[in-house]
Design a protein around this ligand. Structure first.
Ligand code: SAM
Ligand code: SF4
Length: 451
């Protein structure tokens, strides 16, 4: 039996891509293994978003080259593949820096893995074609057993690529132009997931709310329309979508949060910064106040919605006053959670050419202040759950026997003690305590979502 070890870095789309590569290789007789040590095929599914993420790949490749050598000395061959966004951005350079790599494959060509692996046997190969249409047409449906093993929550990529060209971001270059999968293809995938017990579906896209897929009626469907259709798939209880751009948050999508019970009250809506000057330099095409007004509208539609965001500190030219504007926006919106990053200049992006780069020590201090404020709000949001009864979808066993772990509609992790429930149950839980990363509660009888 051939074994493959897949290591995915970065975003949720890479996790999804890793699973789909496992599906493709499963058809070729490969089974997944959790460690590289006993793998015949090792695949690094890489991330290029920040310098540190890209750098990690080369460190890892150095270790894998040694492993490959040791295995060869024992008479066993190992194939080393680099996939994902570093592969797309750096192509043949990867094999120049690390000759042990047999195959470099971009995010849009992994449906061709079997044929490329065969070619790689007789020489090193690079394939970084961009259009994604082919990939989705050729990917095999995952086996039901594979879906069951991945759990009751699943990702489905519905949109890929980006036409927004934020000044700091490599995505439009690594993932290509915006592309939406046709509605029928998405529905078929969701139906298959639901058949295998998936209840919580997260629709993925670099710009997921720009979705504009061909509908079965010959019209172009929006994300809101797609979500309404997905809600009709038996078994799908929860629908989420990520990542959205503020400019593409249309009225219909906002109304959906009021109208569709399956639309979860959680929205990741990156704003990146609070200063209008920096937002303009980033090419985000909205102001801080436009973002605030959008949040007001979303909260009017769904008052209990939990909001999350991404922030970049130290974008070139960001002054102390600009940064204070970011803190002011955070204080106004009070996010339930957020990801925050120090600006990292990326080759080929317009911001990397800007002269006024912010010193690392200033970035460190800003990041610390921002994260302290966000953490305060996150803790307040979690503590406000104590005493409330919410529906938990149980996703896995907890650390101790008798303990189960699940998620609230707001994406919070919850632990309960219960011998009566199992993975896949949706159970009403009264929250009794908020820890720093998890809530703790007990199952109660009453049905329906209580607030
Ligand atoms: N499409 C999403 C959006 O519109 O915000 C996010 C895409 S990106 C994969 C995820 C996050 O990485 C971004 O929201 C941004 O905060 C961060 N990011 C992207 N480029 C970056 C850079 N050059 N330096 C630091 N952080 C970066
Ligand atoms: Fe990158 Fe998101 Fe901006 Fe597109 S919208 S360029 S993915 S940050």
């Amino acid at each position: 039996m051939k074994k493959v070890h897949i290591k995915s870095y970065g975003c949720q789309m890479n996790v999804y891509d890793g699973q789909r590569m496992a599906d493709v290789l499963g058809q070729e007789g490969y089974v997944e293994t959790a460690t590289p040590d006993d793998a015949d095929l090792i695949l690094l599914n890489t991330c290029h978003i920040r310098e540190r993420a890209a750098h990690k790949v080369y460190t890892e490749l150095g270790k894998l080259r040694d492993l490959k050598r040791e295995r060869k000395a024992d008479g066993r061959e190992t194939t080393l593949v680099v996939a994902g966004c570093v592969a797309q951005a750096e192509g043949a350079e990867i094999q120049r820096r690390q000759p042990a790599v047999d195959l470099v494959i971009g995010p849009q060509t992994y449906h061709r893995l079997p044929e490329l692996l065969a070619q790689a046997k007789s020489g090193r190969i690079v394939d970084t074609d961009l259009p994604p249409e082919d990939k989705f047409d050729h990917l095999p449906a995952p086996k039901l057993a594979a879906i069951v093993a991945r759990g009751v929550s699943a990702f489905v990529t519905v949109q890929e690529g980006c036409d927004k060209f934020c000044a700091f971001c490599v995505v439009p270059y690594t993932r290509g132009a915006e592309f939406s999968r046709p509605v029928a293809q998405v529905i078929a995938e969701v139906e298959r997931l639901a058949q295998a017990g998936v209840q919580d579906v997260s629709l993925l896209g670099q710009n997921v709310n720009a979705y504009h897929g061909d509908g079965p009626d010959g019209r172009v469907w929006t994300l809101a329309r797609l979500m309404r259709r997905i809600a009709e798939v038996p078994g799908v209880a929860r629908i989420r979508y990520t990542t959205s751009h503020p400019r593409d948050m249309d009225e219909d999508l906002i109304a959906l949060h009021r109208e569709l019970p399956q639309a979860m009250p959680f929205l990741h809506l990156p704003v990146q910064a609070g200063s209008d000057r920096i937002l303009a330099a980033m090419n985000r095409k909205h102001t801080g106040d436009e973002y605030r007004r959008l949040i007001d509208k979303i909260r009017a539609a769904r008052p209990d919605i939990a909001l999350s965001s991404d922030f970049i500190v130290g974008f070139p030219g960001e002054s102390d006053a600009d940064f204070e504007e970011t803190l002011r926006l955070i204080a106004d919106v009070r996010f339930a959670s957020a990801y925050s990053f120090k600006y990292s200049p990326r080759p080929g992006t317009p911001a990397a050419e800007l002269s006024e780069q912010v010193p690392p020590t200033v970035m460190d201090e800003r990041l610390y202040r921002l994260q302290t404020l966000v953490e305060q709000h996150r803790q307040e949001f979690n503590h406000a759950m104590v005493g409330r009864t919410v529906e938990i979808l149980i996703e896995r066993n907890g650390r101790h026997s008798g303990q189960l772990a699940g998620k609230t509609p707001y994406m919070q992790a919850v632990q309960i003690e219960s011998a009566a429930h199992r993975i896949g149950d949706r159970v009403m839980v009264q929250i009794e305590r908020a820890g720093s990363n998890s809530l703790f509660g007990r199952a109660v009888e009453q049905p329906g979502l209580a607030a």
